[in-house]
Design a protein around this ligand. Structure first.
Ligand SMILES: Cc1cc2nc3c(=O)[nH]c(=O)nc-3n(C[C@H](O)[C@H](O)[C@H](O)COP(=O)(O)OP(=O)(O)OC[C@H]3O[C@@H](n4cnc5c(N)ncnc54)[C@H](O)[C@@H]3O)c2cc1C
Length: 411
């Protein structure tokens, strides 16, 4: 029996597992095991909607259903064994994984564990901020904003209540844009003067959503300014405490709620001393997404350092993780037979869509540029397309309609 083990049922791991299952469905001598510490697949692009949903309008149960899919339901009827468990280390010499004292053997291993928030060793950042990486994070954010408004209801001496987002990439921009609806509602519900609540986003680069074209950054900036969000660019954070964050120049900025979205680094996975990681903790891979010196181990998505044609690392994105998962589902069958796959992995240039408050987005897809409601609709269709790839048309349409209904309450 040839054992293929995939760790991580996120964007990359799931595409690998589903693709391999299609190929090996009738093969009795190949087993596919998918392992994840969670029992659900998380659709991260909708997390900002969960973080900004008011508790009276949408329940926690509804929110969870809107952004997660039970892994066992996705795999229902397929020839993939699912194991829920946290993997602590890979013992590459013995071809086995370790999970809470137990071992899981493999012949071929795919590592798709994703990433974690990067605090860049800024003193106090981790202890004094909230992150947006998982469902509990999103719920913590909405609770923190709600508590902040409730706690200061009677405090007539407090001039402003400040919700600050550190990091002006797409996660920060989407979150702060949508927070406006939440704070409007909370101010009304708690009888708190709306003009006392300030939303601010701080970015170290000289534009929002760095890494993408200037026009998109400028439109996102203008939209946030229209939503009354204060945008601070070229501002590097040096230190954080429970009420203030300090910029490199010495300026201090007050915060009642601080959300950290400055970037990610790879998830920690102990692989023994032989593995060299890059500065973001990622595992370098070759053109077949194999680890150096361990050709039966593959890595993809946020945990892998995949290079593009120009030799630059591919940025973290769900789209790239999915592409890599699909590639591996084609390449692994050759490698199992000791053959060389016909092609190495070549990253695609993807389009990019950023939601900026309500039913408004800005997008650049291979030269097609749009902003406003049209870009919002195209974003929805891109999401739907992904859902169809994992749960089929009918369930995908139902899930998408449910999300539209839940998130409409945020606007
Ligand atoms: C808020 C937010 C919004 C985003 N929006 C977009 C977007 O709009 N478009 C886009 O392209 N990208 C977006 N991204 C980025 C995208 O989510 C990631 O690039 C993508 O999830 C990476 O896929 P992956 O398969 O590498 O990891 P993931 O999808 O993160 O999956 C990793 C899986 O591994 C599991 N795992 C981790 N450690 C262990 C362990 N030790 N043992 C067992 N299981 C483990 C996790 O539970 C998880 O299920 C967003 C990210 C965030 C946080």
């Amino acid at each position: 029996m040839t054992k293929i083990v995939i760790v991580g049922a996120g964007f990359g791991g799931l595409q690998t597992a589903l693709g391999l299952e299609k190929k090996f469905r009738k093969k009795k001598d190949i087993s596919i095991t998918l392992i994840d510490k969670r029992d659900y697949h998380l659709f991260t692009p909708n997390l900002f909607e969960v973080a900004t949903a008011e508790e009276e309008l949408v329940s926690v149960k509804q929110l969870k259903s809107s952004v997660t899919l039970p892994i066992r339901k996705i795999l229902g009827g397929k020839n993939i064994k699912f194991v829920q468990g946290q993997i602590n280390s890979v013992e590459a010499r013995q071809n086995r994984l370790q999970t809470r004292g137990k071992f899981i053997d493999y012949d071929f291993l795919v590592l798709a564990l994703g990433s974690q928030s990067d605090f860049f060793n800024i003193p106090g950042a981790q202890e004094n901020s909230l992150t947006l990486k998982d469902l509990p994070d999103a719920l913590r954010i909405r609770n923190a904003v709600e508590f902040a408004v409730q706690n200061h209801r009677m405090d007539v001496n407090k001039n402003t209540l400040r919700v600050v987002v550190a990091g002006g990439g797409y996660t920060g921009v989407e979150l702060v844009g949508e927070l406006k609806g939440l704070v409007n509602f909370l101010a009304w519900k708690n009888g708190y003067p709306r003009e006392k609540i300030e939303l601010e986003i701080i970015e170290a680069a000289n534009k929002l959503v760095p890494g993408f074209d200037d026009r998109l950054s400028q439109d996102a900036y203008d939209r946030l300014r229209d939503l009354d969000v204060r945008v601070r660019l070229s501002a590097r954070i040096a230190a954080v405490d429970s009420h203030l964050l300090e910029l490199m120049g010495g300026e201090k900025i007050a915060h009642d709620v601080l959300i950290w979205t400055t970037g990610v680094k790879a998830c920690d996975m102990y692989m023994g001393s032989s593995m060299t990681l890059d500065k973001k903790g990622r595992l370098p891979v070759n053109g077949f997404l194999q680890l150096d010196g361990h050709h039966n181990i593959f890595a993809l998505g946020d945990i892998a350092r995949v290079l593009d044609q120009a030799g630059k690392p591919v940025p973290s994105s769900a789209q790239d993780a999915c592409d890599q998962g699909k590639y591996l589902a084609k390449a692994i069958p050759y490698i199992i037979k000791n053959q060389t796959p016909p092609k190495t992995y070549v990253p695609n240039k993807h389009g990019f869509i950023v939601n900026v408050g309500g039913k408004w987005a800005v997008m650049n897809y291979k030269g097609f540029y749009a902003k406003g409601f049209l870009a919002f609709v195209i974003d929805g269709l891109a999401h739907l397309n992904y859902y169809i790839s994992i749960i089929g048309v009918w369930r995908a349409v139902k899930w998408y309609a449910f999300q539209l209904e839940m998130y409409d309450r945020n606007d």
